[in-house]
Design a protein around this ligand. Structure first.
Ligand SMILES: NC(=O)c1ccc[n+]([C@@H]2O[C@H](COP(=O)([O-])OP(=O)(O)OC[C@H]3O[C@@H](n4cnc5c(N)ncnc54)[C@H](O)[C@@H]3O)[C@@H](O)[C@H]2O)c1
Ligand SMILES: O=P([O-])([O-])O[C@@H]1[C@@H](O)[C@H](O)[C@@H](O)[C@H](O)[C@@H]1O
Length: 548
């Protein structure tokens, strides 16, 4: 597989792209390096870094005692530095043998080798559709000659890892190799499976920890690949950390990122003295407290190993003690619960309705699915975790509109999930959105959304891992009005809320607001990356086309 194009060290004088992401094209030959140079006195390119001076413009709002609302523009200076060296990156999946893990692995192999396979509808080539990083574009600016928007692949905004280069490994409580896991998942075409079977049959998940009380009892029959012990222990932490070190060494990796795509667990009870602080959590693990979940043990292991950990499921992996531990160790964590189909649509549709001044009064969200995820969710405690993550996604949009909604007023919202084995991974999402419109009218929107769940979720895992890795190469320094910096360069906060676009229940730094509106999430991520190369947020004002 061709390596990436050497990262150029272009400069403002245009001697070539400043940073390239010459992706290894499907035939393995690195394509002509793509990329752009920012020509600005606030941006400097060196061999190893992109350095930018950025002015962050916000508006402070105050209310006087007599109720006058005052808006005051505020400018904050930040210096960003981006490490341009794209690392050799390992992605370790917890639940590697599941539908998402096996589907994702096959998809990356197919893309890396540029595979084309026969389907009933003709030839199908590998692609990364559904990945916001690999499948979407962003506006860079305006062509000075034509006045047209110039759009570039999202992946090109910063020197990111290419998914074709990911080295994949992971754990599963099931011992099936990845080829057999792929068969068990019933997601991919037999013709594609045949092309990747040999490579995938050589991939075998590492044994994992299994605490039966946290997932549905119906999962027991696949639990045949276990690290001994049915509750938290320090040996489990040490084993997981050693697994990560061994994987990194065996593959000569620069970095590893761990992503939870294992079963949804029940919520862990938040207990003072057990999981409320970092020290108590570490103590609880050492004492084998039964309320510490496998996902929290994985999170703690990764934090201590300095490896970003992302939770793709809805359970409360990041108990307060885990968040505090991540902050103490300056380790990155992110979550929760991939936002793949029904909820992604909901977060876009609710944003549109409410911002159009239409008063959404009821959301009925029903779905059924027949994969193992659905089987696990057929157990009430595990469903409850998912119900919570699927229900809270409209809160920020409702709360932001005091014209339509009184304080604490919300639309009716129900979430139903049923396990129907016959439909397999092809989840059915049936939604009804009911809203009040002008003069007592109503609008009813009914949606029948058939989501191939694992084919929608797998690209999100790529986005989560690539963006989390990118964040490990970005440092920022706040500059005071007198030009000094009290803290110097530092990483973003341990809780990577920048990942929210891919997640149903975005984890944010303690006290920070949760944003679920899909468009806001995407623009936040994009504009942070634009700031890293000294570019203003894209305002879409296009004054150049309105003022002549
Ligand atoms: N569209 C989607 O597929 C989607 C969207 C959002 C969230 N999710 C979540 O992603 C997760 C995976 O979804 P899936 O469809 O791949 O499910 P799956 O049941 O096919 O795969 C989960 C895998 O995790 C393994 N596992 C369970 N406990 C484990 C442990 N302690 N350690 C290691 N492995 C363990 C299981 O053996 C199984 O192979 C689920 O929690 C699901 O709710 C999926
Ligand atoms: O499509 P979406 O709303 O993102 O969420 C999905 C649910 O509809 C489905 O019931 C569940 O099994 C999946 O794990 C996923 O969470």
């Amino acid at each position: 597989m061709a390596p990436h194009a050497e990262i150029g060290n272009g400069s403002a004088n245009g001697d070539g792209p400043a940073h390239t992401n010459g992706a290894a094209s499907s035939n393995g030959v690195t394509s002509t390096p793509k990329g752009f140079v920012v020509d600005s006195p606030n941006v400097e390119y060196t061999e190893n870094e992109i350095r930018s001076k950025y002015t962050y413009r916000t508006t402070d709002v105050t209310t006087t005692e007599d109720g006058k609302v005052i808006a005051t523009p505020r400018e904050t200076r930040y210096d960003f530095v981006v490490d341009r060296k794209v690392p050799k990156l390992g992605m370790m999946l917890v639940g590697w043998g599941g539908n998402n893990g096996s589907t994702l692995t096959a998809g990356i192999i197919a893309n890396r080798r540029g595979l084309v396979w026969e389907t009933r509808k003709g030839e199908q080539a590998a692609n990364y559709y559904g990945s916001v990083i690999m499948g979407s574009t962003v506006k860079l600016g305006t062509d000075t000659k034509t006045g047209d928007d110039v759009n570039i692949p999202f992946h090109d905004i910063l020197p990111m890892v290419h998914p074709n280069d990911l080295v994949i490994g992971g754990w599963d409580i099931s011992k099936l190799d990845l080829a057999k896991s792929m068969d068990r998942a019933h997601v991919l075409e037999p013709t594609l499976k045949a092309l990747v079977r040999k490579e995938m049959s050589a991939m075998v998940p590492l044994p994992s920890i299994y605490y039966p009380d946290f997932i549905a009892a119906n999962q027991e029959d696949r639990a045949d690949n276990l690290i001994p012990g049915d509750k938290a222990s320090w040996e489990h932490v040490e084993k997981i950390r050693q697994d990560i070190r061994d994987f990194k060494a065996a593959n000569n990796l620069d970095k590893v990122i761990v992503q939870w795509t294992a079963n949804t667990e029940r919520f862990a009870e938040l207990i003072k003295g057990v999981n409320d602080t970092a020290d108590n959590l570490l103590k609880a693990i050492k004492e084998g407290h039964p309320e510490v979940s496998p996902s929290t043990v994985f999170a703690v292991s990764c934090i201590l190993e300095g490896v970003p950990f992302i939770n793709g499921s809805p359970q409360n992996t990041f108990v307060d003690g885990a968040i505090e531990l991540a902050e103490k160790h300056n380790a990155f964590i992110g979550g929760d619960d991939f936002k793949s189909g029904q909820t992604k649509m909901k977060s876009a549709l609710v944003d549109f309705l409410i911002n159009a001044g239409i008063k959404l009064t009821s959301i009925a969200s029903y779905n059924h699915l027949g994969n193992n995820d659905g089987k696990n969710l057929s157990s009430q405690k595990q469903f409850r975790s998912k119900e919570i993550s699927k229900s809270n996604v409209v809160d920020d949009m409702v709360k932001a509109n005091s014209v339509l909604y009184a304080p604490d007023e919300k639309p009716d919202h129900c979430v139903v999930i049923k396990y129907m084995p016959a439909v397999g991974d092809d989840k059915r999402a049936l939604d009804e959105y009911y809203a009040e419109i002008f003069l007592g009218g109503h609008q009813t929107i009914s949606i029948n959304n058939i989501c191939e769940d694992s084919l929608l979720a797998s690209p999100l895992i790529i986005d989560l891992v690539i963006i989390a890795e990118m964040m490990t190469r970005i440092k920022v320094k706040a500059i005071s009005s007198d030009g000094t910096s009290t803290k110097g360069y530092q990483a973003f906060h341990s809780v990577l809320s920048i990942l929210s676009y891919m997640l149903k229940a975005p984890l944010t730094p303690p006290g920070a607001p949760v944003i679920n509106a899909l468009a806001k999430q995407r623009s936040a991520m994009l504009n942070i990356f634009r700031a890293c190369v000294g570019l203003e947020p894209e305002s879409d004002m296009t004054l150049e086309h309105k003022i002549y």
